[in-house]
Design a binder for this molecule. Structure first.
Ligand code: URA
Ligand code: CA
Length: 439
């Protein structure tokens, strides 16, 4: 069929066959199908959706559009985690080394931040010397030697997604459950690990604004994983406020170091989500027989400083100066020209936090990119003083901004203030963890 007929079929709500989906992806990757037809097709998917079978076929066609990583040279069960994107989400820097400290094998390819969300690669690069572009052979060697490596996506992994994502970004077609599921899973499956833990975020700072949509996305991704014989678990966690207090690059590395040094206590959202992800990674690694045992292993490794030691080993293996990775020196990476305490204009309870706006405020200070070409400043960003539901007095600091370049400070302040609501009544309790999806 001609591309225009396939677009028509989807516009009319039809179900595309396996060969038809493959034809679209192959044609788009080889430039036979132009951007405008692909954009029209994806817009039809935004409105008409896809069946689970179509989404699985789309994922497979995308996955096979490029290289598939072969990790068979690495011993043991290789695990990976993925977050659908959030603000102050520093979990990888905590969980990956902690799971490795418990005997796990974490082989992770991460991404960069764009817009209001941060990216693990940018955070790692805030540590002097770290090189996130490692050859595949070195990546495997690091994982075999120390049990964990986090590097940039190499080579020609899922070119279909690179091209589709760039187009989705500028055509209003990002927010579609089948398109997000296939985008994420094609990359995770091509990256070659045996098991994957997916952290699906829901709330004001996430793609999935409702728990119901997050559940749908989670189930779909877990099913697609199982279809190709990978074990997958998805957790649904809250993104109605930044997960950690820090939003920035070195600032988030510092928070990870604080957590791994035992400076952040149980009950804290970042701590709890890290434990949850770690528990499921250890279970999928078959290193623990139940959740309680897994959690005890993680807490034991944490309290003995073994997670921090693993993070140091990984950073050193990737060329970085690990001597910064301790409570004594980590502040040196967060040095800025000035710090500004942003104060409450009135007293009351923090009744809502728009996580996306908090992330955007940090981006305006230079912590993130508006376009792929922007250069980020590793030291800048903000650290929240308050969580959802906390009481603030008038003039009490809501956050501390870390500033080097103040050209967009006014915008950042306005955006930050617009992201917080203060009211007389204490808001309802919100869970940090909504659900765990295993099948
Ligand atoms: N993350 C991805 O990798 N793809 C999407 O479509 C959305 C989030
Ligand atoms: Ca459930």
């Amino acid at each position: 069929m001609r591309m225009v007929d396939l677009i028509d079929k989807k516009v009319a709500g039809g179900e595309l066959k396996h060969e038809e989906i493959k034809q679209i992806i192959d044609g788009f990757v080889s430039d036979e199908i132009p951007d405008y037809q692909m954009a029209a097709f994806m817009m039809a998917v935004v409105f008409q959706g896809m069946t689970d079978r179509e989404t699985a076929d789309l994922t497979m066609s995308m996955m096979y559009s490029g290289e598939i990583v072969d990790l068979s040279e690495i011993k043991g069960i290789k695990v990976d985690k993925h977050s659908t994107g959030g603000v102050g989400d520093t979990t990888t820097l905590v969980v990956a080394p902690l799971v490795a400290a418990c005997g796990g094998t974490v082989a992770k390819m991460s991404g960069r931040g764009l817009g209001h969300t941060g990216g693990t690669l940018d955070k790692l690069e805030s540590i002097p010397g770290v090189c996130i572009e490692q050859p595949m052979s070195r990546f495997k060697e690091i994982v075999n030697n120390i049990g964990v490596a986090v590097i940039g996506q190499t080579g020609n992994l899922v070119p279909a997604d690179k091209k589709m994502y760039a187009l989705r970004d500028v055509t209003g077609t990002v927010n579609s459950i089948p398109l997000i599921a296939s985008s994420i899973m094609s990359k995770k499956l091509a990256a070659g690990t045996d098991a994957i833990v997916l952290d699906v975020k829901t709330g004001s700072g996430a793609f999935m604004q409702t728990v119901e949509d997050a559940e749908k996305l989670a189930r779909l991704m877990v099913q697609i994983g199982r279809l190709v014989g990978r074990s997958c678990v998805a957790v649904i966690t809250d993104m109605n406020q930044p997960l950690g207090l820090a939003v920035g690059n070195a600032l988030e590395v510092r928070e990870a170091v604080q957590l791994l040094s035992g400076e952040i206590s149980k009950g804290d959202p970042l701590y709890e989500v890290c434990m949850l992800l770690g528990v499921h990674l250890l279970l999928l690694s078959k290193l623990a027989s139940d959740e309680d045992e897994a959690r005890a292993m993680l807490e034991g490794a944490l309290s003995r400083g073994e997670g921090l030691e693993k993070l140091r080993q990984m950073i050193a293996a990737e060329g970085g100066d690990a001597s910064y990775i301790c409570m004594e020196r980590i502040d040196e990476l967060c040095k800025v020209k000035h710090k500004l305490e942003v104060r409450a204009k009135k007293a009351g309870y923090i009744s809502s936090i728009h996580a996306e706006r908090i992330g955007t405020a940090a981006q305006m200070l230079g912590a993130g990119r508006a376009t792929k070409q922007d250069v980020i400043d590793p030291a800048v960003g903000l650290v929240m003083n308050k969580r959802l539901g906390d009481y603030v007095a008038e003039n009490e600091p809501l956050c501390t901004m870390y500033i080097n370049d103040d050209t967009r400070l006014d915008d950042a302040l306005e955006t930050f203030y617009s992201g917080l609501e203060i009211s007389e009544n204490k808001p309802d309790y919100r869970p940090m963890i909504y659900d765990i999806v295993r099948e």
